[in-house]
Design a binder for this molecule. Sequence first.
Ligand code: ATP
Ligand code: MG
Length: 573
Amino acid sequence: MISSSHMDRTDSIMEKSAENTAPPNFIRHLINKDIQTNRFGGNIVTRFPPEPNGYLHIGHAKSICLNFGLANEYKGKCHLRFDDTNPGKESVEYVDSIKTDVRWLGFDWKEHLYFASNYFERLYACAVELIKKGLAYVDSLSVEEIRQYRGTLTQPGTESPYRNRSIQENIDLFDRMKNGEFDEGACVLRAKIDMASPNMVMRDPTLYRIRKMNHHRTGDQWCIYPMYDFAHCLSDSIEGITHSICTLEFENNRELYDWILNALEVYHPQQIEFARLNLSYTVLSKRKLIELVEGGYVNGWDDPRMPTISGLRRRGFSPESIRSFCERIGVARRDSMVSYALLEHSIREYLNKTAPRVMAVLRPLRVVIENYPQDRSEELDAVNNPEDASMGTRKIPFSRVIYIEQDDFMEDPPKKFFRLAPGREVRLRYAYFITCKDVIKDESGHIVELICTYDPETKGGDAPDGRKVKATLHWVSAYHSIDAEVRLYDHLFQSENPAEAGSFVDLLNPNSLNVLQDCKLEPGLVASTADFRCQFERLGYFCVDSKDSMSDRLVFNRIVTLKDTWEKIKKSD
Ligand code: ATP
Ligand code: MG
């Protein structure tokens, strides 16, 4: 057995080398060893076991990529199993969203779709068997008393006065629990292990409790439901899982996982724990995400600011970018915080290669080019992606009236401002040099229009006499442009680690959404479809909002800005 300190060290080295396609993480090492020793007949069967009590988030993506990824890599199988043992919090909506998200991420469970609720009959029989072996009992203490009797980390627990009921009495009581003869909370079934165990999980854990609730799959058939610890190991066993991979908070539960399977003398998978993903400036806990949705702090589970898979999808992330992010962060046995900038880096890298460049003006300022003929317009050549010549070129219209970005002009510019100013010449991307001649203001002194001239000799963006300009601006032709709403996003939280705070909603960033109306886009964008992603030159990467964008009302989301802060973070390491 390798010591855990040794493991930590190797893992941190491995994290650094996580750029490889298949980094040699500690789980792969364990699996390789099991294959060498033929432990599970050389088979690899993993599972992703979500509880359908919320939408999946990017932390789940880490687990999905790991479980399905290992199955693909070792030519094994990965099951999708719903851990639906808690009817009060679960729903079909959640089941459906989880299936959609796993598929969208690019994984296929084939025929291996399972529900813990399919095993309720078998789990019940296992519980009866434990009772018959003298290893489980019905406890009539209240939930509160059970908690008090459990003891603390430094003090052993106290045995329940009901602990030594006869096997026959336990069988009878458990049967009556199942038949609905008792109220919720009147009694539970507990494993008879050790109330003095240093591992609190082993102090006679609850296996079954009464819940008089309708279940989304089994209806009113059951009024007792198995606890996670009981259902999970047995579901793994029933399905022939070889490696049951879960997050570190279940480390103490492994002893119980092993105890139950040993007590029942059934097939026994290996539980392996890894560190869950924590991501800066957001929260990754379904309970907290539900609070955000139900409290109206965001616009639903798929709000583009949410760290949910559906939120990231709507924001414009591609499955490839999320998979590459998960590959990069690697798996370790030490909890850490991953920078949100790395997630952004992953999508930026993907979009830099694949997204066509276009021009859009988010805060338009009207520019009249007074020496350009009134009735004329022309088509200019623009490059679609300077990173990829095979993406070709397109035509963009130019005319006498154009829009530029408001903050690309200053009437009284400071020294380091090189963009347009009175009397100054700049380049319009793919078009001409223009010079600002006059500034028109309204009664309140706001700039409403610029009067400029253009130099016809500079078509395409270069002056034949070799004169230089210090700035290149993006623009769109006013007559040809199309209107759109553009939504800009910032971190959902102001704090790097909002989960740490008791009242995390107080740390929400009030500027996480900035909606801009009357933005002006290049005309070609009118036909954009739901999964269209592009770069608005100088402004970032954008996509069509899959929910709110209509043919007569375009809505774009900013996926990410162009500035890659991850490269900087990495260099300063
Ligand atoms: P949450 O803590 O967000 O409520 P959960 O663990 O209760 O999540 P489950 O539906 O039980 O949610 O999770 C399904 C699987 O995803 C489990 O194996 C769990 O360990 C894993 N998982 C959940 N959150 C993360 C995370 N942040 N990083 C990695 N894996 C995770
Ligand atoms: Mg859970």
